[in-house]
Ligand binder design. Structure first.
Ligand SMILES: [Zn+2]
Length: 248
């Protein structure tokens, strides 16, 4: 036990030296607190990082909000990741993932709407998928599309996704090294995957000749998040340049 004198008051505190504690925050990664429900109500993409930190060793919770409707179509693809992912369902209705459930995904896993019927109004799933960034070299990811008829690979888009702070990090891999707000590697990779996936050449299966559906990225929003991150960086630099001109 320790005795701490604070003016006239004397407080008796437990000895915390022997207990584990979180180190004090440092400038580059200040503690932030958000409500996943509030944040996701204004999200612009699936797998949107809900905190602005994704460097080496960091846990990155990403939100996804999927819902059904007459015109909703999510398609299907496969995701492969060298780092672990943990899914938490913060609320769902008529979904494959019950409210409150936790799921550790396999390194190679299928992704779709997770709804029993994506055409049904009122079906939804609000989830986070948290990935733990590697602190070492070699973090990689891939997205794969398979033929809906014969299950052969149509395209596999694989890329290095080394986070900032790892030996193989490339500051120009997903955005530009002058970016103040870095692109999240999975968002870059996903919208690149869709570009390849939707070409006429790829959509036509080389094994069975089946012409596969056009993958609608609108419900996923990866290009939206990627482009908005680009614009945010450009806007920041525009103001900095303007300020330099005006203020000298
Ligand atoms: Zn096929």
């Amino acid at each position: 036990m320790s005795i701490v004198e604070d003016g006239a008051a004397v407080a008796v505190l437990p000895d915390i030296a022997r207990t584990r504690h979180v180190p004090a925050p440092r400038g580059p990664r200040e503690p932030l607190k958000v409500s996943v429900y509030e944040r996701m109500s204004k999200s612009n993409a699936q797998l949107m990082p809900i905190f602005p930190y994704d460097g080496a060793g960091v846990m990155v919770p990403c939100g996804a909000m999927l819902y059904g409707g007459e015109d909703r179509f999510h398609g299907h693809f496969f995701h492969w990741n060298t780092v672990s992912e943990l899914l938490v369902a913060w609320g769902s209705n008529e979904a494959m993932i019950p409210t409150g459930s936790l799921m550790a995904t396999q390194p190679f896993h299928g992704v779709n709407s997770f709804l029993r019927d994506e055409k049904k109004d009122g079906a939804f799933a609000l989830v986070t998928i948290t990935q733990r960034q590697s602190a070492e070299a070699g973090q990689r990811e891939a997205l794969t599309a398979k033929c809906e008829k014969c299950r052969q690979d149509l395209v596999k888009f694989e890329y290095a996704s080394a986070p900032e702070g790892t030996p193989d990090y490339d500051p120009n891999a997903f955005g530009d090294e002058t970016d103040v707000f870095p692109q999240f590697s999975t968002q870059w990779g996903s919208q690149e995957f869709v570009k390849a996936r939707n070409s006429d050449e790829v959509r036509t299966c080389k094994n069975c000749g089946h012409e596969n559906y056009w993958f609608d990225q609108n419900v996923w929003g990866w290009d939206r998040l990627y482009n908005q991150t680009k614009v945010s960086n450009a806007a920041y630099h525009a103001l900095a340049t303007s300020a330099k001109e005006v203020l000298g």
